[in-house]
Design a protein around this ligand. Sequence first.
Ligand SMILES: [Zn+2]
Length: 792
Amino acid sequence: ISAVIPQKCIAQYFVRGQDPCSLKWEQIKTEHFRIVFPKDFAKEAQRLAYLLERAYGPVSESLGQEARRIPVLIHNQGVESNGFVGWAPRRSEFFSQAPPDNYGQDWLEQLVIHEFRHVVQLEKLNHGLTKGLTIVFGEQATAAVAGVYLPFWFIEGDAVATETALSNSGRGRIPSFERGLKAQVLEKGTYSPEKAMFGSYKDYVPDHYELGYLMVAHARSHYGRDIWANVLSDVGRKPYPYAFNRALKKHSGHTTTGLYKETFEELKKHWQKDPLFNEPGVEEPLNPTSKLYTNYYRPQFFQDSMVVAVKTSLDKIPRIVSIDPRGKESTLCVPGYIDYNSLDAGAETLIWSETCPDIRWVHRSYSDIFCLKSGSRKRLTKKQRYFSPALSPDGQQIAVIESTPAYDFYISIIDANDGKLIRRYDPPVGTYPMQPSWSEDMQSILIISQDGNGKEILELKLADGSFASLHKAGFIEISGPEMIKGLVYYNAAYCGTEQVYVLDPQKGTSTRLTSAAFGAHDISINNKGRGIYSFYTSDGLKIASLANVSESIAFKNNDNYYGNGFDSILSSQEQRPEFKTDSNLLKAYKTEPYSKWSGLLKPHSWGPFYPNAADYEIKPGASILFHNLLSTSFLSLGYEYDLQNNYGDWSGSYEYKGWYPELSMNIKSGKRENIFSGGDNNTSLEWQKTSANLKALLPLSFSRGAYVQYFRPSISLLYIHAGKTARTLDFFQENQAMTFEYRLSYSLLHRSVARDMRVPLGFSVNVAFMHPLLKEFSAGKILTATSVLYLP
Ligand SMILES: [Zn+2]
C-alpha cells in the first residue's frame, strides 16, 4: 500500500495505467466520498461506502483535520492487493483483491483506514502558505509540499500506526513486520540514519513502512498523540527549507536523526530482553551460506532426498532452487511473477501460482497455477484468479483459493493434469479463506479463515461441504496449517515472534515446536519423521532441519506475548471505528451510472510554467492541466517559452488511453525570426511555424518466465506549416509538409532487480518508415532501423 507523492514536482501527474475499455462504471455518492467502481463490484461498493463513512471521523480525529469529499476509484479486474492516494488530480485508488496471505483484518477495512489516512495527512498540509500556493498552482502545490518535505517513513509509518490503532489487527501487530529491523539491530547493529532511511544496494534495509511505523509509534508514545498533527500543521503553514525537521524539533526536542537514535536505542534494550532472543533454539542452516541477504521461502522435501524452496536475493530475480543432501544448490526453474509463499511440492511435481499481467491493460491481471514436472514448466490454468495451490496426496487434484472481481471467494478443486475446475466450495458466510491444505486421507481440506473475530483454522469436509473449527486464534497471527499424521502444524505468533506450533485436534491443545529468535515458519515433514522449516536471521530466511519432529513435540512452552507494546499505546490514544456491518445500512446508498466521459474538462493544476509530460522538462510559460479520474484522458494547454532561442509557442496536447490503441495529438504554433545578412544591413524575417501530429499506438507487453517483451506498433501523421504573419516580408513563400510515419518497436528484456544498473540481458529493435503525403513539398522516403543489445 503506497502513497504516491513523488519527490519532484515535475513527476506528480501520476498515472498507473488503465482498466479494460469494456467495463461499465457506476458510482455511489456519500457525504464524504464518491466511490466509482466497475458494475460487477456493486454489492461490495455498498459495504465499502459504509466502511468509508464509518472510518471518516476516527481516521481524521487524531490529526484534527476534516477532509473534503474525495473520489475513491476501485480496480477489481486484477489480482494485485494495493491502494494509493494521488493528489494531482486528488483521488484515492483501491485494488480490491485481498492478499492470499492476509492478516486478521478484512482487506477493504484495511484499505479504508490506511488510504484515507493519507488523504487526511495531505489535507492537514493544506493551510497557510501551502493553501496560498494551491491558488497559484492548483492541486499540484499540496503534492509538491508533501513530496519535498514529508519523508516517506513518516507518510507510511503514520498510516500503519493508524491502521494498528484503529483495528484489532494492522501491521503494527504482525511480528514478521518488525523482524527485519529487530534482527538487524540485534545481530548487525543499528545502521546510520541515512542508510536506514535511504536504503542500500549492499545490505538489506527494511522498508520505510517498517522503519516509519516504529519511529511514528515511538514518538506518539513519548510525546503524545498530537505530535504528528502539530508537525504536519507547521510544515503546511510554513513550507520553508528543513520545515519537517524544524517542526519535529519544536514539538519533540528531536531532529529526525535524534528521533531515529532514541527509537532504536530503546527498542534495542527492549528486544534484548526477549526470552527467545536469549535462549533461542539451535538452528543450523542447511542451505549454502551466502554473504548476501538471501531468503528461502517454503522449504519442502522433494523427490526423497532433495529440499526445494523459493529463493530471493538482492542480486537475482526469484527462482525455485533445490538443495541436495550434500548441500549443493541448483536452480530448477526461473518462474514469472511468483507468489513466494505459494510453492507446494508433491512427490515428483512442484506447483505454485504466478501473477500473469494482461497484455494491454495494466489494471487487469490473473493468478494462474503453474507446475514443474520432469524438468519442464507448464502453465496449468489460463486467465484465472487462483491462489495458494495445494497438491492432493495422490497428486491428481489441486485445491486453490479462487476469487472473483465481485469480491466473492471459493475453495476450489482443479484437476492437476489439465487445470479444469472440478468443484467449488463456498466458505462460511462473511469469511475470507486462505492457504488450503489436504488431509492425508483426502477427505477434508484445512484452511485459515478470517472474519470480524480474527483468524481460525477450519476443516472443510469434502463430502458435504461443512466446516468444523479446529482452532480459534483471534487476532494473534496464524498461517499455513498442514495436517500430518493426525496433527496440525501451523505458524503462530503466541510469543510475539512467529513460531511453528503443533495442534492436537482431538484435545484442542497447541504446543510450540520451534524457538527461533526472530521467527520460524512452514514446517515440512518427510515420511521418516524429519522436519525442515524456514527461520529468520538478519541475513534473511534460512532453512533449518529437525532430525525427529515427534520427539521434539514434548517441548515445554511458556508463551507470554513479548511485543513492543506500541499497539496498545496507540489504541488507547484513539477511538476505534465501528465496522459491524448492519444489513439495514448496507442498502442505504443509491447507485448511479458513471460515464467514462465525466471529468474530462475539470482542471486539477495550473501555473506559470509549462511541464512537458514526455520528457519531464519544465519551461517558463503558463499551463493548465486536465486528467480524469479513470486516468484515460489527459489534456494540457499552455504557452511555453524557449529561453535559448527566444521564442514562444502556444501549445496543446491531448492523449486518450481508454481504447485499445492509445491516441495522442498535439499542436504547437509560434513566431520565428531569421536574420539574413546582406551587404551592410541585416534583414530580419519573421514567420509563423505551426506543427501538429496525430498518433495511434498499441502498447502491448508479454511476460514469460524471466523475460518481458514489449511490442509497440504505431502510426503517426506529422504536419508542419510555415506561414506568414502581418510582418512577414513579401518574398516569403508559404509552405507545408505532411508525412506518415509507421513505427514498430520490439524488445525482449530479462527482468532486473534493484541492483542491476541496466537490463542484464536482452535486445530491442526499432524500425520506422516515413513517406510524404502532400505533393507540394518535395521530400523523399526514409527507412530507419536501430537496435540495442544488452549483454551481461
Ligand atoms: Zn500507504
